[in-house]
Design a binder for this molecule. Sequence first.
Ligand code: ADP
Ligand code: ASP
Ligand code: MG
Length: 463
Amino acid sequence: MLTMKFGGTSVGDVLRLQEVVSIVKTFLHERPVVVASAMGGVTNILLASAQSAVERKNNAVEQNIQVLRDKHTAIARALIHDDARLTRLLQQQQALIDELANLYHGVALLKELSPRSLDAIASFGEILSCNQLSAILEESGVPSRFIDARTIIRTDSHFGEAAVDFPHSNKLIADLLVPLVAQNIVPVVTGFIASTEDGLTTTIGRSGSDYTGSIVGAAVDSREIWIWTDVDGVMSADPRSIKNAAVLSEISYREAAEMSYFGAKVIHPKTMTPAIEKNIPIRIKNTFNPSAPGTLISKATQSTASVVKTVTSIDNLSIISIEGNGMVGVPGISARIFSSLARMRVNVMMISQASSEHNVCIVVPKTDCDRAVKELRNEFAIDIAKKIIDDIAVQEPMSIVAVVGEGMRGTWGIAGKTFDAVAQAHVNIIAIAQGSSELNISFVVEQKEAVAAVQAVHDAFYH
Ligand code: ADP
Ligand code: ASP
Ligand code: MG
């Protein structure tokens, strides 16, 4: 079997969908399982409309509902010619969008928008997209079945970024999909969405369809997991900001996880986990250029390419610094910082502590910053009153720049070359991660200087 995940751009318009059909047909002999995202931009529209609904901006909601209707019905009309199939698909689309409109209505009436409601709303993107993709495959003569992942992927109820229950899900996935594939039916599974034991809709994190691809691919013992996107593979930097970024032919699972964690949006960081467990290679491929070899992500890399593989950056971060001369030698401060933040489920991206111990910096997403600071002020209220801690200060917006590559340890001069390049670009480094893993060097700069820093470091290693 071969699991192929198609991203939002790849299922985003008529031409792309025709290409998807042609790709699936090319690999029919490999017995494909398809996983797909919502059409490009749809998840953002769904979530933005939810916000408009809670603010009772009815016109904005209605306009967006119309945009979604038009977007999907246009695809159906362009790509489905069989009358019965077209009528059925259009009816399904209308019914789904009517249901969505009801949800928005409920949100507006209650003036309440919980993470649970957001997940229910967000799920419509993948449902609409995969239902239509399955019909399009059938139209082109490929027997196919639409599979709502809520019936096969179980999670906890941490809405917005739910954790997968693997033992349960793996069995459900294999039991449903393997027999279908054996009958030469191509399953089209919704990415991104899942459900709790009680049947509530959850999502597994933004851009999570890659992760679904890997969950499904591992559960059915795929030969490989292919992630079809809109670039030729994983590149040495984000091609949108770094024009001379180069495609990497091979990287390791660890490198892929590290670079995606630090902002390489091309693959979701969790995608590697299920694949590693079964040692299934992941390949990143371009639907705009299907014959290009793409990037192979696997256990070992034979490639003797540069020690540094990518330079990435991640924006919209805040630095929280906790400082005070009284902190020196006081045991347990770091432990208290981390347990308070863990309690609030704040995602700590990076920590840096000055060796003098009187300053601890933590880097968190800007969206978590207010909650984090509030919790820390609470936790340290007495220490602040006693002047053990002088201040909890925030600086934002910040970016982390990360240089990632296996084998950086033991290679002298990588850090020196990195920081020299940043200095020569006149970018000020605000903090450097302490105890960073051997495959990355990461540091914080002001967001407005991030691209310049990435370009400078990229130029130093790729010329
Ligand atoms: P999809 O909708 O297929 O999931 P995404 O937009 O999530 O696609 O991811 C692909 C995009 O990731 C590319 O268009 C590219 O701009 C961006 N990107 C960021 N960093 C990298 C990188 N290091 N290599 C390749 N692409 C990257
Ligand atoms: N549609 C979801 C998102 O935009 C998941 C995905 O595309 O991977 O976040
Ligand atoms: Mg993506």
